[in-house]
Design a protein around this ligand. Structure first.
Ligand code: ATP
Ligand code: MG
Length: 252
């Protein structure tokens, strides 16, 4: 996570570099299982956490801002930086962010601070999540609100982020690797080294991966067979049938 900060993106520093003995006895829901009794005990040891951007009883955090506020977020251009990082690290998820006010005064040169700052959270599906692989689809890594990309015209809009990836110093990665708790990667050291090697070798592909997002589109009806516009004939047929009569017993 410190590497994300060194990349220059806003995120909430991990609070997990301590031994979390006090977490023992707490349990968490088992991922993918909605039954309330389906829980796993948290094991003692180091855990990763995402720090709340302030005192929880004083600071409100939002997952969603309406477009009118999102467009005014002073650091909304950092969604472009996040996309660069997500494409590089093969984040197989959509981008996730939270919004809050602490730190907003830094973005307003002395004026009355307004609006909310975005903070990038949940990088859990970088490297394809548990797959440790790069799938590279045009859709992945994109934030679900197009408003943050509205002004993008070309890859140039993703500078200086692209430059930071293309010139990413190998030693920063090595340093990050050396800080991973040994027990997190026990038996998987070689796999991790291969993954990091691949990560470095794909730096130069990032501009192409960004450009590929132009082809990202979501069709909610993949089995749709009709031409895009509803044909006149179909449209007319909807109105040819007499109105359906509701039986008297069902009338309220
Ligand atoms: N640093 C943080 N500060 C405040 N709230 C946070 C922080 N990180 C996460 N949250 C809150 O917790 C929610 C879930 O976090 P996160 O997305 O990291 O977990 P998840 O297991 O991926 O859950 P989901 O599947 O709902 O996305 C977020 O939507 C946000 O409301
Ligand atoms: Mg999430």
């Amino acid at each position: 996570m410190d590497r994300l900060i060194s990349f220059g993106l806003p995120t909430d520093r991990d609070a997990g570099d301590r031994s979390c003995k006090h977490l023992c006895g707490i349990s968490r829901p088992l991922s993918g299982c909605s039954h309330p009794t389906c829980r796993l005990a948290i094991e003692p040891g180091q855990h990763f956490g995402s720090r709340y951007p302030g005192k929880p009883n004083e600071v409100m955090v939002y997952d969603f801002l309406p477009d009118v506020l999102l467009e005014k977020a002073p650091n909304r251009s950092e969604f472009l930086g996040a996309l660069v990082l997500d494409k590089w690290t093969g984040n197989a998820d959509a981008r996730q962010a939270i919004f809050s006010r602490p730190g907003i005064e830094r973005w307003h040169g002395g004026g009355r601070p307004r609006g909310f700052l975005a903070s990038m959270i949940d990088q859990g599906y970088a490297f394809g999540g548990p797959q440790w692989s790069f799938f590279d689809s045009p859709l992945q890594g994109l934030y679900w609100r197009p408003a943050v990309y509205r002004n993008v015209r070309s890859c140039d809009d993703f500078q200086p982020w692209i430059d930071r990836v293309v010139r990413f110093p190998e030693e920063v990665l090595e340093n990050a690797r050396s800080q991973i708790p040994r027990e997190w990667i026990l038996g998987e050291e070689a796999l991790l080294d291969a993954l990091l090697k691949k990560l470095l070798s794909r730096c130069k592909r990032v501009p192409d991966l960004i450009a590929d997002s132009v082809h990202a589109c979501v069709n909610p009806f993949p089995e749709w067979r009709e031409p895009h516009a509803v044909s006149r004939q179909t449209f007319a047929s909807w109105f040819q049938h007499p109105p359906v009569k509701v039986p008297e017993s069902q009338q309220s």
